[in-house]
Write a protein that binds this ligand. Structure first.
Ligand code: RNT
Ligand code: ZN
Length: 420
């Protein structure tokens, strides 16, 4: 995009925002300090490199667009491409099944930091931090739908040991990259049909989590997070790790709570939960996602939900306490583009929230002038935030406007289309 034109458009937009008392330059500086944690699993449909296992655990990537990454080197190359299309400095979030085992299968209870050294070295090179996740799905010991809440002591122990191993890996990532790693625990455990005993599995899960988290780890290296869910495919009637369960666990044990946008009743939004849970918790993790009719993990786009999330983070001054992660996987379109669309949507929405005249709106609200509040909120939707966004992209050497698609298409023909 023509630099001169972008600068001109920005100058006009800046004036217009200044009319509302908003300092756009200050907002751009602030935006540059907020990292988004990109999920590695958009690149290969949550496959990983452990073995040739089908995705299980009640989550699903649909579509068969060609060109998915087949190994860690390809996936890293893809992430690099995506990072080059985003303004700002971000992070990478890796699942345990993305280990590099040099062709020698390693069981999940025996994985070590060395199996992720390739990722850590790469992240060091990129100058970015990493986040981590144990993988409690796509494994024979998870096939009957239970892991940490399993009644079989051997299986339960196996998964406890996996969790312990993963926290050590997270801590090593945090140590080497000098940036705390958020290690997020999500398990699929639950029943398809109405259970008789809702209490038993939850008691087991509580005990398992206590065992997983028994060893204290320096929060400068690793922070643990727990992710709830309402239902999954095959666990429609009962999920052991429900919202109430993990909210209680997180508060009682000073853990991070992970709010996934697709894990609640369809008319419930995580934006309204942020200020509630942060009244009692120091920090939380978000899995920004887009559910269409169910927890479908569609690519994040500029929806009302996304706007509300960004607004809450900025208005509540929560950015220092909220780790923003993405969680979607679309296999029906170019995966690099999917990643980029979702990531750019998230970053841009944060920008839009940062150039809101929040103090004015607050004043109207306090004064009881709800008419003006509504009028102003509506007017803001027509403000030239795109001009501010384009300028931000250019300032950070990322393509402005839709120009990033040229790069994505080129990468597709040069790299992705050769993967057969
Ligand atoms: C599943 C959870 C979980 C996964 C990833 C792959 O419903 O959202 O976060 O999507 O761990
Ligand atoms: Zn999630």
């Amino acid at each position: 995009m023509d630099r001169g034109r972008v600068e001109k458009a920005y100058a006009l937009a800046k004036e217009q925002y200044a009319g509302f008392g908003v300092d756009t330059d200050a907002a751009l500086k602030r935006l540059a300090t907020v990292p988004i944690s990109l999920h590695c699993w958009q690149g290969d449909d949550v496959g990983g490199f452990e073995r040739d296992a089908a995705l299980s655990g009640g989550i699903m990537a649909t579509g068969n667009y060609p060109g998915k990454a087949r190994n860690a080197d390809e996936l890293r190359g893809d992430v690099e491409k995506v990072l080059s299309l985003l303004p700002g400095r971000h992070r990478l979030n890796v699942h345990a099944i993305y280990l590099e085992n040099q062709g020698r299968p390693v069981e999940r209870d025996a994985i070590e930091p060395k199996h992720f050294q390739g990722w850590i070295d790469w992240a060091k090179d990129q100058g970015i931090g990493m986040d981590f996740n144990p993988t409690y799905f796509s494994h024979p010991k998870a096939d009957d739908g239970f892991t940490l809440s399993h009644r079989d002591e051997g299986i339960r122990r196996f998964w406890v040991d996996h969790g312990i191993a993963c926290r050590k890996i997270g801590a090593e990532m945090g140590r080497q990259l000098r940036s705390p790693c958020v290690t997020n625990f999500w398990i699929p455990d639950g029943y398809k049909d109405v259970p008789v005993d809702r209490k038993g599995p939850r008691e087991i899960l509580r005990r398992s989590l206590d065992e997983v988290f028994a060893e204290p780890i320096d929060p400068a290296r690793n922070r643990d997070s727990v992710e709830s869910k309402l239902f999954g495919i095959g666990s429609e009637s009962y999920v052991v790790g429900s919202h109430e369960f993990y909210l209680g666990y997180a508060v009682a044990n000073k853990k991070l709570l992970c709010l996934d946008a697709g894990h609640f009743h369809p008319t419930e939004t995580i934006s309204d939960k942020i200020s509630s849970v942060l009244t009692f918790l120091d920090e939380i993790l978000l899995h920004v996602s887009r559910g269409v009719r169910w927890d479908s993990d569609h690519v994040v786009t500029a929806t009302d939900d996304l706007r509300a999330i960004a607004e809450e983070l900025v208005r509540g001054d929560y950015l220092g306490r909220v780790h923003i992660g993405l969680d979607f996987f679309d296999a029906s379109i170019n995966r690099i583009a999917a990643w980029t669309i979702g990531s750019r949507a998230m970053i841009r929405q944060l920008l839009v929230a940062m150039i809101e005249p929040t103090e004015r709106l607050r004043r109207m609200e306090i004064d009881g002038d709800f008419t003006s509040r509504l009028a102003m909120l509506e007017e803001l939707k027509a403000m030239p935030f795109g001009a501010v966004w384009d300028y931000y992209c250019l300032k950070h050497d990322a393509p402005a406007g839709i120009e990033w698609m040229v790069e994505a298409k080129k990468y597709e023909s040069d790299v992705l289309s050769r993967r057969v």
